[in-house]
Write a protein that binds this ligand. Structure first.
Ligand code: 3HC
Length: 303
């Protein structure tokens, strides 16, 4: 007997070619993961050739790191290099049966990328969004086939974090959900099916933690004090290291989404927006080790 809510595996569609939309940090990380684990061709695209080239370069750098550390052998490294290619022409996505986006967290932008790619795809192709907190229903509202859209939310760093949230939007059909679960399993991720609610599950909790930490700073407790106050919990990163990892813009957006949905439960932080605009928080050495808070970040919050 199937566990309640689990889709029928027999309905899962075969994925023979992956299309990634967005060639930024997150998209590059999962493009490589798809190539490694599904062993199918992976296409990436972005707004212009320069961004596509930068994404391909970033992926090649990661392949080299894997090869240098002996995590992939030379043949596998070559296979990966040959498997992932960049394009600016969405017509190249025609044979993709799994298309996933990780573009800027803006509803209009996400709708537009799907509107651009959908006419090139077969009606059976699955569309997935890696949105961190936008509504999957809203993203799919203008699709010709909203039943093939599913949320597929990875966590940073993609290669290491074991979880994927599979967001079952109100129109997602069982074949799409089933495909997403099988894809997650083949990526060797633990998948949980969540409702299409602000922040799904993980970012709802994260917004609470980071929002409270930021609010403590906003109301006068120094950054360093707040950052180490959670040490007793033994988390792998302090709250502000985590904020730095997810990115200040993404973090501010996640907090905004939650504040808009539940104004009595989540804070709005003008300081977080100012930090995100300035792009500063932690001071790190060349190897990425944290030395402390950036002086400019401390000055922004003091104001
Ligand atoms: N890319 C690829 N691999 C990475 C990596 C990266 N960016 N960062 C670390 N790794 C790998 C290392 O290579 C190492 O692999 P190995 O064991 O095969 O050599 C392994 O991860 C452990 O790394 P380290 O020993 O260097 O470092 P730590 O033990 O300090 O662990 C960490 C690093 C796994 C990132 C840990 O600090 C951690 O779990 N942090 C919390 C991360 C987290 O909570 N992420 C979720 C953020 S929320 C989100 O992304 C959602 C979004 O919508 C906002």
């Amino acid at each position: 007997k199937r566990p309640a809510g689990a889709p029928d595996k027999a309905l899962a569609r075969k994925v023979t070619k992956v299309g990634v939309i967005g060639a930024g940090l997150m998209a590059s990380q999962f493009a490589l993961l798809f190539a490694r684990r599904l062993k199918v061709p992976v296409l990436i695209t972005d707004l212009d050739q320069a961004r596509v080239d930068a994404g391909v370069e970033r992926i090649r750098g990661e392949i080299q790191k894997l090869a240098d550390r002996g995590r992939v052998n030379p043949d596998e490294a070559n296979r990966l290099r040959a498997t992932i290619s960049g394009t600016t022409d969405l017509a190249d996505y025609a044979n993709c049966d799994w298309v996933i986006e990780a573009v800027f967290e803006d509803l209009g932008v996400k709708r537009q990328v799907f509107a651009n790619v959908e006419p090139h795809l077969s009606p059976e192709a699955v569309l997935a969004t890696n949105t961190s907190s936008l509504s999957v229903d809203d993203i799919g509202a203008e699709l010709a086939h909203p039943e093939r859209l599913v949320g597929f939310h990875f966590f940073n760093p993609v290669a290491v974090m074991p979880l994927v949230e599979v967001v079952n939007a109100s129109k997602t059909d069982e074949a799409t959900l089933s495909t997403a679960m099988v894809v997650a399993k083949n990526l060797r991720k633990n998948a949980v099916i969540t409702k299409d609610a602000p922040g799904f599950v993980v970012n709802r909790v994260l917004a609470k933690v980071l929002g409270e930490a930021m609010h403590a700073v906003d109301t006068g407790t120094p950054f360093e004090v707040v950052d180490h106050a959670l040490d007793p919990f033994g988390l792998p990163m302090t709250p502000f290291e985590l904020l730095d990892l997810v990115g200040l813009q993404v973090g501010a957006h996640v907090l905004d989404t939650h504040h808009a949905a539940f104004p009595d439960r989540f804070f709005d932080s003008a300081n977080l927006h100012a930090l995100a605009d300035a792009g500063v928080l932690l001071d790190k050495d060349d190897k990425g080790a944290v030395k402390g808070f950036d002086k400019r970040a401390l000055a922004i919050v003091k104001k």
